[in-house]
Design a protein. Structure first.
Ligand code: HEM
Length: 564
């Protein structure tokens, strides 16, 4: 059997990114809960909030570490497997990913040290500030990644230009003209000019037409992931009657975030779907299994899509539902552009987008029902007694993972056959102009072949053209096996440590902010004089200058008071 380079490169990227994408949503979502717990501690000085924050911070740190380890691989894959794509998007992605490294990753990882190790070293306000910075850093990180991804779905603020290369003389030296300028020539590979996207307007690139919708959707998906992860562990504690007070407190906080995010993601998802229709109508048609552009468009609830027969078998549909959702059309009759108006070679595969789209929306709807019903039970005072609903929450963390994963699968497979989607040709009224055969048209750009003949290509990049031509399919297959092995190992380590932390549970709440440990540390040093003074609540001058101990001094006098 002949191995297919493009298919294998896609499988490899999908595997590595799907594993990686378990962790960023967890850290982003949990970061918000940590800010809530830290803020509540600062406000109330109730040690139970600090106890909860300490416990979830340990799990947050674990997720962060595995997230970083699994994410590095992706950056390398851009170079090894997707060199043509990297050349094409380099100018755009370079700035966005550099911004991610500088603004987000350093902010997040720098303050993470204070968050994890700072309990006995900084005051509560500084610690809270660090918690906010870590959460902000993780959100910033997602902004730049989503900007880069959104640009390849709906490019803006850039143009496509031929790439040039230096001209070398017979000694391999660069050549300059009489004005001292470098002499360059178009870069031709296999007889065709190499093209790349060049940023013309940085902010238009950043705020491209889908960034806002996608960013809010992704962040809400992360909040859902983080909150359901916490809800799942808390529900398990409640079922096992372990750490029950702690679990109920964390549960209430996470339930609020889960409910609000589940409601908002549905509203935002609806708007995003309208945006998808405007800029990537082939993708929405694949989500919906919509083949007929004429007449009103039905909303398919269930069915079996058949790309060859260009239909959906055993279809259950709401008449005119898609017309209503896409156009906000109360007459339920406006036509919706279908796959019959997309050239066959420009159609995405239908099965995967169709199924993953339904799974995501199904899980989203289940979350709305589950969380709203939980508030009803909370109001009745019976929520924590209902074992079946606690079991539903235990399972819900897995469902949140699935929803996030299939959301991306729908968005990325639905973008095929393009890796960078070309803009649509539109008339002055903004509507797409169909070609003479009645198909949707994508914008073209022009360059010249070496002999001067004009050369035309789409103002995007097909996935097939994005792979590294120098890499053999066998190499990709071998590296997939290697990645599978490494990621299984990494996954096993994650589950092992996570399980240990969950089994261990939270430490008992401490009065004050890290007080007891500092005094213990102090005692371990064996300085009898200091120990005596510590016991008596007195500190000498040298100790007074030490910020950590100064706080303890106050702690000794006013346990649990404000000793920032
Ligand atoms: C409840 C109704 C929901 C609707 C109407 C909805 C709508 C959408 C749409 C239209 C897209 C495709 C965007 C594109 O291709 O450009 C999308 C993608 C996505 N969805 Fe959903 N969604 C819903 C629920 C959820 C839930 C519950 C989650 C996760 C917990 C989720 C996570 C994602 C993710 C991660 C993506 C890929 C990123 C993106 O393109 O924005 N969605 N969703």
């Amino acid at each position: 059997m002949e191995l297919d380079l493009v298919f294998l490169s896609r499988i490899q990227f999908a595997l590595t990114i799907m594993f990686h994408y378990l962790f960023p949503p967890l850290t982003i979502g949990m970061g918000v809960v940590l800010v809530y717990l830290g803020g509540m501690y600062l406000k109330t000085r109730d040690p139970a909030y600090q106890q909860a924050q300490k416990f979830w911070t340990r799990i947050f740190g674990l997720n962060f570490a595995i997230g970083v380890a699994s994410g590095i691989v992706m950056e390398f894959q851009f170079g090894t497997n997707w060199a043509t794509y990297s050349r094409f998007v380099g100018d755009v992605f370079g700035s966005a990913l550099a911004a991610e490294g500088i603004f987000a990753f350093f902010l997040e990882s720098g303050f993470l040290a204070v968050l994890i190790f700072g309990w006995n070293r900084v005051g509560p306000r500084m610690h809270f500030f660090s918690t906010c910075m870590v959460s902000l850093g993780s959100i910033f990180s997602s902004i730049w990644i989503v900007v880069a991804n959104s640009w390849q779905q709906t490019p803006a603020g850039s143009h496509i230009v031929p790439m040039t290369r230096e001209v070398l003389d017979e000694h391999g030296q660069r050549m300059f003209n009489e004005n001292g300028e470098l002499i360059t020539a178009p870069w031709i590979i296999d007889g065709t000019p190499v093209m790349r996207a060049e940023v013309t307007d940085f902010w238009a690139m950043v705020f491209n037409p889908s960034t806002g919708y996608r960013l809010s959707h992704v962040l809400l998906g992360c909040f859902i992931m983080g909150s359901f992860f916490i809800l799942s562990i808390c529900a398990w504690y409640i079922l096992k009657k372990k750490h029950v007070d702690f679990a109920k407190r964390s549960f209430r906080g996470a339930l609020l975030l889960a409910t609000v995010s589940s409601l908002l993601i549905a509203i935002n998802g609806h708007q995003q779907a309208q945006n998808v229709y405007q800029y990537q109508p082939a993708k929405l048609a694949a989500f919906e299994g919509h083949y007929e552009s004429d007449g009103s468009a039905d909303l398919t609830l269930f069915g079996i899509p058949d790309a060859e027969a260009e239909t959906v078998h055993a279809r259950v549909a709401i008449p005119g539902g898609l017309s209503f959702l896409v156009h906000d059309d109360l007459s339920f009759s406006k036509p919706v552009l279908g796959l019959d108006q997309i050239r066959p070679e420009h159609r995405p595969p239908i099965w995967i987008p169709f199924i993953s789209w339904r799974l995501m929306i199904g899980i989203g709807t289940f979350f709305i029902l589950l969380t709203l019903f939980s508030y009803f039970l909370l109001w009745k005072g019976t929520l924590f007694e209902k074992r079946w609903i606690m079991w539903a929450y235990v399972a819900s963390a897995g469902l949140a993972v699935v929803a996030n994963q299939v959301g991306w699968v729908a968005a990325e497979v639905g973008r095929q056959p393009w890796i960078v989607h070309p803009p649509i040709v539109r008339g002055d009224d903004g509507n797409p102009i169909l070609d003479e055969e009645g198909y949707l048209q994508y914008k073209m750009v022009e360059a010249a072949l070496p002999d001067g003949t004009p050369y035309q290509r789409y103002a995007g990049l097909s996935t097939e053209d994005g792979v590294s031509k120098a890499v053999a399919a066998e190499h990709v297959a071998a590296s997939i096996v290697m990645f599978l092995f490494i990621y299984m190992l990494l996954g096993a380590v994650w589950i092992f440590i996570l399980n240990k932390k969950i089994q261990h549970g939270p430490d008992p709440p401490e009065e004050g902010f890290g007080e007891s440990k500092t005094v213990n540390m102090f005692r371990l040093e064996g300085d009898r004089e200091h120990q005596h003074r510590a016991d008596a609540g007195l500190w000498d001058d040298t100790v007074q200058r030490d910020d950590t101990v100064q706080r303890d001094d106050t702690v000794q006098k006013t346990p649990g008071g404000d000793h920032d």
